[in-house]
Design a protein. Structure first.
Length: 99
C-alpha cells in the first residue's frame, strides 16, 4: 500500500504543466494574475478552441506575462474522465501603473 501511495503521489505531483511567456527578460512572476479562467477541451485536448483577448483583459495596459497551466484540479478531472473532459487554465498578468 505504501508503494502505491508513493507512486500516486509522484504521478500527481509531476502531472501539472505550464507554458509561460513574458514580454521582457525578467523572471516569471509569481504574483496573483490579473485574469484566470479555466477552459473546456474534450477528447485529450483534441476538441475545443479558445481565444484569450489580452487587450480586453488589460484594458489598454501592456501585457506582462501570459500562461497556460494544467492545475492539479484540471489534471484530476482529465484522469477521472479518462481524457474525455480535459480542462486547461489560462492566466494573464497586466503591467501595473501608468505607462
Amino acid at each position: 500500500m505504501k508503494i502505491i501511495s508513493m507512486l500516486l503521489a509522484v504521478i500527481f505531483l509531476s502531472a501539472c504543466s505550464s507554458v509561460t511567456m513574458r514580454t521582457d527578460d525578467k523572471p516569471k512572476s509569481h504574483a496573483a494574475p490579473t485574469f484566470q479562467k479555466t477552459y473546456t477541451y474534450w477528447w485529450w485536448y483534441s476538441v475545443g478552441e479558445h481565444d484569450v483577448n489580452v487587450r480586453e483583459i488589460c484594458k489598454g495596459k501592456p501585457v506582462e506575462q501570459i500562461q497556460t497551466i494544467t492545475t492539479a484540479t484540471d489534471f484530476l478531472a482529465h484522469i477521472f474522465t479518462l481524457g474525455i473532459y480535459a480542462p486547461r487554465t489560462a492566466r494573464v498578468w497586466c503591467k501595473e501603473g501608468d505607462l
